[in-house]
Ligand binder design. Structure first.
Ligand code: URA
Length: 191
């Protein structure tokens, strides 16, 4: 994985390398049974080289903590694209296409039983370009022998707090699946 990380950090396969400060490869436990995939780095991630900093990172940490999951132990987190799109625009086709080859290798290496997709870009990038997050969130998708749960991106929750309830339901379903597939004794006071 270290070799792949170095490849990503020096990647020039799409125009995003010209405007990035740091590529953001991914963080967490390489042996985690849960992989979280989101869209791409924002301002703070680009500056630090680390996934989910700033307000959406804080919110994600709160949801994970409520599930008794931690970034260091239970999850590995990465994005569809590893370099920040200028002004936080959504990544375009060519950017997603070249960067997905890195993500596929990360998934193979981490080999998670459960994948959580945060937001439309992650859903469309990994599963189906025509899928709609509003229609499929909360429903398990079987993909390459892994169980995939699409839900809303934390930044959508920051804009629209009414989405917090469905996201919490989706994470409760992840805890139940984690107990079923990984550790029946996983403790969480909230679910
Ligand atoms: N938003 C994302 O999609 N990914 C990050 O790493 C941070 C914010």
């Amino acid at each position: 994985m270290e070799q792949l990380k170095q490849e990503v950090e020096s990647c020039t396969k799409c125009p995003l390398h010209k405007t990035r400060t740091k590529a953001v490869f991914g963080n967490g436990n390489l042996d985690a049974e849960i992989m979280i995939i989101a869209e791409g780095p924002g301002y703070y991630e680009d500056q630090s080289g680390t996934v989910f900093q700033g307000k959406s990172g804080e919110l994600l940490d709160k949801v994970l903590a409520a599930c008794c999951f931690s970034r260091d132990e239970h999850v590995y987190i990465s994005n569809i694209v590893k370099c920040r799109p200028p002004n936080n625009r959504a990544p375009i086709e060519i950017e997603k296409e070249v960067c997905l080859t890195y993500l596929y290798q990360q998934i193979e290496r981490v080999d998670p039983k459960i994948i959580i997709l945060l937001g439309a870009t992650a859903l469309k990038g990994l599963i189906d370009p025509n899928a709609k997050i509003t229609q499929v969130r909360g429903q398990w998708i079987k993909w390459k022998d892994r169980m995939v749960m699409p839900t809303y991106h934390p930044s959508a929750l920051l804009r629209n707090p009414t989405l917090k309830r469905p996201v919490w339901e989706d994470f409760k379903a992840v805890v139940a699946k984690y107990r079923e597939l990984v550790n029946a004794a996983h403790y969480s006071a909230h679910c």
